[in-house]
Design a protein around this ligand. Sequence first.
Ligand code: KG4
Length: 340
Amino acid sequence: MSNIILGIESSCDDTSAAVLGDGVLLSNVIASQDVHKAYGGVVPELASRAHELNIVPVVSEALSRASVKASDLTAIAFTRGPGLLGSLLVGTSFAKALGVSLGIPIIMVNHLQGHLLAGFVREEGKETRVPSFPYLCLLVSGGNSQIVRVDSPLSYTILGQTIDDAVGEAFDKCSKMMGLGYPGGPVIDRLAGQGDPLRFSFAKPRVPGLDYSFSGVKTSLLYFVRDELAKDPDFLEKNKADICASFQKTLIDILMDKLIKASRQTGIKEITAGGGVSANSGLRRRIKAEGAKRGWNTYLPEFKFTTDNAAMIAMAGYYRYLAGERTALDVAPVSRIADY
Ligand code: KG4
């Protein structure tokens, strides 16, 4: 193997390390942080402390599963941002220290570019269908909702994005409000599978162009539940599957309307999705169904590459390494990145 890249991801509440050998995934280790469940959301200070505890064992495990020694590494790719500053600081500092001690380059990666390229992660012995450039990616996570045009592994254009909340936030906050737990997406997804998506309707936003808005639909659910509970205190318990199914359908309708519009406007029919919300079973079914109807070629990353993981960071870093990019040691993490 000529290029062995270690990827490090620590932008939020997952500490992850992965090893890529010539672009093929050799290992991908993720330590999730259960400590946040009790609080119904990620507590930044607890997240950075957990990253500090996890980073060394997670990297060691990734190297050992890949049967690679630290001295075999060619470069280290790490998430510079966007994300929680304290969390990013752990991964960034670790990458710098390891890079210096091994005398190898470090390469900063925008976390969102990792999600955009997640579909390119190849595993040994597995056939991977990858989109052709240019493609559109519906990038939907706890912090972002965007439609991005990807022209090459290094060239991206945001065609539309949320003007307020991210769609993952809508899942999480509404789940918390209904007492269903955190993270909300997987719980609502599971309950939605048992309910009637046409039973209730929630207000959809009217936002021009390809931008999104999710704060209105969240408020619409909040007021609906409040009013119904005033009439029947057991309303939520009796109807939670139908509420989840209807709410999830509304969010998917909003996402798909703009994705369809973006494909129509650009003429691009290579369609991918990324980010935690792209694990949603209803959304995945809809993308495939719309794709079949509209002649799209659709590519959905495997579940394990939809949420935060270092495999996608190593992949994005690998392309940057091949393009000759190297990051200076005075690099600092950033919580926000306005563009790519
Ligand atoms: O990409 P991600 O792991 O973290 C970042 O935000 O960067 O995404 C986390 C988000 C959370 O909001 C979570 O509720 C959502 O992804 N999520 C889902 C599902 N699995 C995770 N949302 C809907 N359906 C799911 N099955």
